[in-house]
Structures are given as structure tokens and as C-alpha cells.
Design a protein around this ligand. Structure first.
Ligand SMILES: C[S@@+](CC[C@H](N)C(=O)[O-])C[C@H]1O[C@@H](n2cnc3c(N)ncnc32)[C@H](O)[C@@H]1O
Length: 272
């Protein structure tokens, strides 16, 4: 009975994904990402994203690790390791949220890490974690929008962003300003969800993302939209080569995509 249900949901999922790919290839303008969490509100994506992350911030870390079975920790470690040979002294972590990527970047032994985010709720949780670690002298969390970063050109040795760029209101604008504040010769490492392409991972992943994750997310976070927005935004996000095209349009050079865990997540590396 349960197997029958799962099998029929997988068939529905396969059909839905094929239709989605046809529709998204017809409308391939990715620079402005129009999937929003609260469809009945008239506020813009940036405001809705800040509101959603403020709402889920007290439960964000817990949900992150539970919903990914802890694999997000491994993804962040893997991405930060790529920066080891750069020996960066200054790091800017974009869309830092509760600071997990910035905290992982402490392993690079830099003088300064600055994390920016548009959600005050997420930053408040992050500041508490950094205080507990006694690392306030190294990591500073500031309010800031990726599209208008409050830093002068060529300020940071490296840039990082984990699970943030998918939420930008305008992806190209955000990436372009990230490029602006990075020093020539610097490296940018972006970690983001992507869509597995092969059977059966594609179908299993979509089944989990569409039917299981929103239920758990809704129960724990109490925000009915946040964990429906997650699969929808991943589906609409230009991943793999589509992302690399926009990355290069923003100025980044020698770009590459490193898929992780059957392509559930990808690391995008770019140089200035
Ligand atoms: C899924 S969380 C990721 C947080 C953290 N980087 C991590 O790995 O757990 C996405 C974060 O992106 C932030 N964000 C979305 N759009 C942003 C923007 N335009 N500028 C800065 N932060 C943004 C959100 O407020 C949220 O905290």
C-alpha cells in the first residue's frame, strides 16, 4: 500500500518535472528570480525573504541539520577547503544567515571575516553563536544587501556564500556587486542547491523536497510558506552551466561547477 503510494507519487513527480523543464526552457530569463514565499502579499522578493528568514530564524539551524540529515555540514566543510591554499586574510560571507559558513571559514585562519545578511533575526542568532565561541574579534556580522554591499571596490581576499544566492531578488545584480568588492586575484566560492539529473536520485530528491520536507518544515518552524518556497526556489534556480553563464556575465573568470552528493548541491568557483 505505502509502496504503491510512493510509486504513484514518483510517476506524478516524473511527469511534473518534465513539464517544468519544458516551461522553464521556454522562459529562460533567470536574472530576476520571481519565486516568492508569500504569494498573497504585494511586497517585493527582498522584503518577503527577510520576513521569512526572520520568522524561521529561531529554528533555522535545527531544521537545516535535520532536513539535510547533517549533510549540509559536510558541504560547507568541502567548500571552505577549496580556499585553503589562498590563505585569505579577509573574507566576506554573503547571505551569512546564522553564520555557519563564516564560522567554518575560521579554519582558514583569517584576520577578519565579515558576514552580511538582510535578516536581522538570522544575524541575531549568528551573533549569539559567535559570542559563545569567543570569536567576536574575528567575525563581524552586519546588515547588508548583496545588491548594494556597503564596502568599497576590491576590499576582500575571498568571498563565500552558502544557500543564499538562490534567494536574491536579482541574481545578476547580486553577483556583480560581489565581484566588485573582491580583490583582483581573489576567489569566490558559492554553495547552492541544484537539481540531480539522473534516475533515481532526481525522482527521490523531488519526492522528498516536494512532499516530505515542507511537512516537517511547517511543523517545526510554524511558517507555512517557508518550506514550500524552498523546493519551488530550487526548481526555478538556474543551476550548473546556466549558473556559470550568469556568474561570468557578472565578471567572474575561470568559473567551474563542482556537483556534490548526486548533484543535490553544487559548489561554484569563480576568480577575479
Ligand atoms: C538559506 S539561508 C543561508 C544562511 C547561511 N549562509 C547558511 O549556510 O546556513 C539564506 C540567507 O540569505 C539571506 N539573503 C537573501 N537575500 C539576500 C540578499 N539580497 N542580501 C543578503 N542576504 C540575503 C537570507 O536573509 C538568509 O539568511
Amino acid at each position: 500500500m505505502i509502496l504503491n503510494f510512493v510509486a504513484s507519487m514518483l510517476i506524478v513527480e516524473c511527469t511534473r518535472i518534465s513539464l517544468c523543464s519544458i516551461v522553464s526552457s521556454l522562459f529562460s530569463g533567470f536574472a530576476t528570480m520571481t519565486v516568492v514565499p508569500y504569494k498573497d502579499k504585494t511586497t517585493g522578493k527582498r522584503e518577503q525573504i527577510a520576513e521569512m528568514f526572520d520568522n524561521v530564524s529561531p529554528k533555522y539551524d535545527l531544521l537545516n541539520h535535520v532536513l539535510s540529515a547533517g549533510i549540509d555540514i559536510y558541504w560547507r566543510k568541502k567548500a571552505i577547503k577549496l580556499l585553503q591554499k589562498e590563505k585569505p586574510q579577509t573574507i566576506l560571507d554573503i547571505a551569512t544567515g546564522t553564520g555557519d559558513f563564516a564560522i567554518e571559514a575560521l579554519k582558514l585562519n583569517p584576520k577578519k571575516i565579515v558576514g552580511v545578511d538582510i535578516s536581522e533575526g538570522m544575524l541575531a542568532v549568528g551573533r549569539e553563536k559567535i559570542k559563545k565561541l569567543g570569536k567576536e574579534n574575528v567575525i563581524e556580522l552586519r546588515t547588508g544587501d548583496s545588491a548594494h554591499l556597503p564596502f568599497s571596490d576590491n576590499s576582500f581576499d575571498v568571498l563565500t556564500a552558502s544557500f543564499g544566492v538562490r534567494n536574491f531578488e536579482n541574481l545578476l545584480l547580486g553577483l556583480t556587486d560581489m565581484y566588485r568588492v573582491m580583490k583582483p586575484g581573489g576567489t569566490c566560492v558559492i554553495l547552492e542547491f541544484s537539481k540531480p539529473k539522473t534516475f533515481p536520485f532526481k525522482q527521490l530528491y523531488n519526492f522528498y523536497f516536494r512532499y516530505i520536507l515542507p511537512i516537517i518544515g511547517r511543523m517545526v518552524s510554524k511558517d507555512t510558506s517557508a518550506y514550500t518556497y524552498l523546493p519551488e526556489s530550487v526548481q526555478a534556480f538556474p543551476d550548473g552551466n546556466d549558473f556559470l553563464k550568469i556568474y561570468e556575465q557578472a565578471g567572474f573568470k575561470h568559473t567551474k561547477c563542482i556537483p556534490l552528493t548526486f548533484g543535490i548541491c553544487s559548489i561554484y568557483v569563480g576568480k577575479k
